[in-house]
Design a binder for this molecule. Structure first.
Ligand SMILES: [Zn+2]
Length: 375
């Protein structure tokens, strides 16, 4: 398979447009026309992982945490980042990162399912589609043809509905000037026509296609149409998840569940262990940035990683307990998920995304929680 086909699969799962502004995702090193037989997936782009990728002759490496975050001014092979870039490039390994786009697309949702959360919502909205209202004036005779051409190209999607349009009839008027060739009426005479105004919403990604399709089937020489950018938020997505846990459970029991689900040897808890918890938020990885939102949402407990002393105390005093399962352990499940996703997509999907050569080996890097806890 070609690297670009695997990138398409990754993009299908976690579109790069979901990534937060400060993030750096996508193909960061290498080429997308590389023939890929083996992919390695990992959480971190550590030296150990990259050396393992080289040793295993992998063609493509996909990690959650990006190797390059902030812009780099030089690639010096003696620096850690420069050395990693050298190892990847010198061994022709295409390197791809899926970070906050993966968080937004699936990370917290999978964690929510692991804990059986119900009535779930995003903890912090971070993405919504830019959407436009398009209205066009069409002679009544052509209204359905124009509407169908627009909806065929993706106009009219609202939530779980497609083909959402509104049509209203009225009188359109115009005077064709010298040199024009009007579809109806005469040059230099005021013409009035029975017209239909079609209104619909269009996502930014479909806008060009919808307008082109509309103009193609519209009979007028000059088409009157308007495009407005809307303030509506549709297809909102975000970081973290909050919901309700069905079981009658104490904070201590939930903390043990965190250990079990994330296969963590230890977890840290800040809160009253005997207190019952009902509303639960989960933000795998580093969750400090979502604490305000979790407190605002009045959840009983936030399950996350990388929480410092003062932040945990502040949260407790604001009425919210913290279970810190560690950055690595609360996210590491995503590596298995990515491996299974790639294998299933390649071998079990009818997707015509691929060339005929559907052969791919996906291996997991041998990563371990970087911290050792001494008791
Ligand atoms: Zn992380």
């Amino acid at each position: 398979m070609e690297c670009r086909e695997i990138i398409k699969l990754m993009e299908k799962l976690a579109p790069c447009k979901y990534a937060l502004e400060w993030d750096n995702v996508g193909l960061l090193v290498g080429r997308d026309n590389k023939d890929v037989k083996t992919v390695m997936v990992a959480l971190d782009s550590s030296m150990a992982v990259i050396e393992e990728a080289v040793k295993n002759n992998v063609d493509m490496l996909i990690t959650h945490h990006p190797l390059i975050f902030s812009p780099i001014k030089r690639v010096n092979f003696n620096d850690p980042i420069g050395k990693k870039i050298f190892l990847l490039a010198n061994n022709d390994i295409s390197y791809y990162a899926a970070h906050t786009n993966l968080d937004v697309a699936v990370m917290a949702h999978i964690a929510g399912k692991m804990f059986g959360l119900t009535n779930t919502n995003s903890l912090e909205e971070s993405y919504s589609e830019t959407v436009y209202k398009v209205s066009v004036f069409v002679p009544v005779s052509h209204a359905l043809k124009v509407r169908d051409a627009m909806t065929r190209e993706g106009a009219g999607y609202i939530g779980g509905y497609s083909h959402c349009t509104f049509m209203g009839d009225g009188k359109g008027s115009f005077k064709a000037l010298d040199g024009s060739e009007p579809y109806v009426g005469l040059v230099n005479e005021l013409t009035t026509v029975d017209e239909t105004k079609i209104e619909t919403v269009v996502k930014e990604e479909n806008l060009d296609r919808v307008i082109k399709a509309m103009l193609k089937v519209h009979p007028y020489e000059e088409v009157a149409y308007d495009i407005y950018k809307l303030e509506n938020k549709i297809d909102e997505k975000g970081i973290g998840i909050r919901g309700y846990i069905n079981n009658d459970i104490t904070l201590e029991e939930l903390a043990n569940m965190v250990k079990d689900k994330f296969e963590a040897d230890t977890v840290k808890v800040c809160g009253n262990l005997r207190k019952k918890v009902v509303s639960v938020a989960i933000c795998p990885g580093a969750g400090k940035s979502v604490i305000k939102n979790a407190i605002k949402a009045k959840v009983d407990v936030l399950i996350t990683g990388d929480i410092d002393h003062h932040t945990a105390l502040d949260a407790w005093e604001a009425g919210m307990a913290i279970i810190d399962g560690g950055h690595f352990m609360t996210e590491h499940f995503i590596v298995d998920y990515l491996r299974d996703y790639l294998i299933n997509s390649v071998y079990n999907s009818d997707d015509d995304l691929f060339s005929n050569n559907r052969k791919l080996e996906v291996i997991k890097a041998q990563e371990k929680e970087p911290f050792t806890v001494l008791n």
